[in-house]
Design a protein around this ligand. Sequence first.
Ligand code: SF4
Length: 575
Amino acid sequence: MGKILRINMNDLTVKTEELGEYAGLGGRALTSSIIAKEVPPLCHPLGPNNKLVASPGLLTGTTAASSGRCHFGCKSPLTGGIKEGNAGGVVSQKIAHLGYSAIVLEGVPKDDKLRIVYINKDKVEILLADELKGMGNYETVAKLREKYGKVGIISIGPAGEQKLNAASIAVNDMDNRPTRHAARGGQGAVMGSKGLKAIVVDDTGAAGVEIKDKDEFKKWAKIFTDGLLKHPVTGEGLPTYGTAVLINIINEAGGLPTRNFSSGQFEHAANISGEQLTENCKDRGGKETHACSPGCVIRCSNVYNDKDGNYLTSGLEYETIWAFGANCNIDDLDMVARLDRLCDDIGLDTIETGGAIAVAMEGGLLPFGDWDRAIKLLDEDIRNATPIGKIIGSGAVVTGRVFGVTRVPAVKGQNMPAYDPRAIQGIGVTYATSTMGADHTAGYAIATNIMKVGGYVDPLKPEGQVELSRNLQIATAALDSTGLCLFTAFPVLDQPETFEAIYRMLNAQYGLNLTGDDVTELGKNVLKTEKDFNTRAGFTNKDDRLPEFMYQEALAPHNQVFMVKDEELDEFWNF
Ligand code: SF4
């Protein structure tokens, strides 16, 4: 087990301590436990009492495939509740190699100076970095790489410095671009409130992660890798088309939210599909498959070039393509790619920002489909902190209030991702009940509702959805504690030996005797810890609901509303 590195941005002190009561935890289990125990639930998210925790998962730093996620936790300025979000990239393994289970950022600075933290095996330094003020993530990472060499970098862009609700935390990818983001819930704003532009992590000469039984670990790591490679989703679908493979699938299912959730199908879906993305990548010399972090065998990411073959963006994902594409009625993949690049650079959640722009389109600020104005809203307004930029950067709920829009697709203040609950009822239960607000990754019901992974529950019927979402949310909370990418869940749900490989690897690494039941128990404990924090922050079961219009406006083409009853949603927490 590693140690906890505490960095106080108020008195600029650093201390290292044992895990103590947090022993045995990693990733989301650790971030949520620290936040629930140490952060007053009623504190201001941008004030001195909030903390920002970065934690590798329990398997991060080992040879376990796709185990390089970095988990971030805090009280969210967007939802007011507990938040965990994770990103790929190269930093998490470096933190683990240095022997840290968590980096905890505490306090707010006494001055308005900007700083970076530099960590290597010998020292931790807090350094002035005013020269990085207002700088985009791309330039920030380039400058820090130039100075420090082969390092992992956690950074924020201008949105984080402005403490906007939609601000993300960026992590550099394997090409050293800031394209992997812990995006949801405004965690970049919390980092900004601590006057911290970047954390630079150098693991040169670090001891690495100890494995108690190396042969046993190797055996199960191979079974795990084989399981990922033989499953049709992780071995074929994701590496071939990336996550954008879902555009046509979800559009076909009638659940692709279009023009601010006013229809479930986008007539121009083919133009922004995974198939089109792959063709463009191939034709223009990009990469249609790409690993975002070392040791990922799924390789769902991509490198997207413009028409002239010049690099435009990387990790052009389904959610982003939907947020700026179907949801904003933009049918040009190159324009969507430009918006993605801007979000990565400014440090913005693409889901929240695309959602806010779609709400602003409905509110009359700009017409649906106006990509030119959308680009200006990001590059000129949000980047330069104009009043309208601050409104959009504050998310969909604030934007809806300013423009008098009633169709605001948010739960606990957070904009819904790319699946309409009226056509895919299981994901609606996840949006409603998740401790995170509307978050598809919390319990990815699409797997079973649409992709028939882990069984099948009819997406158009309310029956069975609460149980499905509950099981998925418990499993996800456990998976999020290991550092494994969520996409490993597809083979884990379908193949018993792939699930077994996870706790067998943990046993071999730490000298434990965990069973499958222990993994489930861990997931339950994480959810209950988070729920307890939210309850103390003032949330009740009335917050576990979808917005009113989801119960009143039937969605084409199925012409259905969300049908899971409130009493059934309240059953979610009976475990
Ligand atoms: S599956 Fe995709 S998102 Fe997950 S670690 Fe691999 S490249 Fe990154």
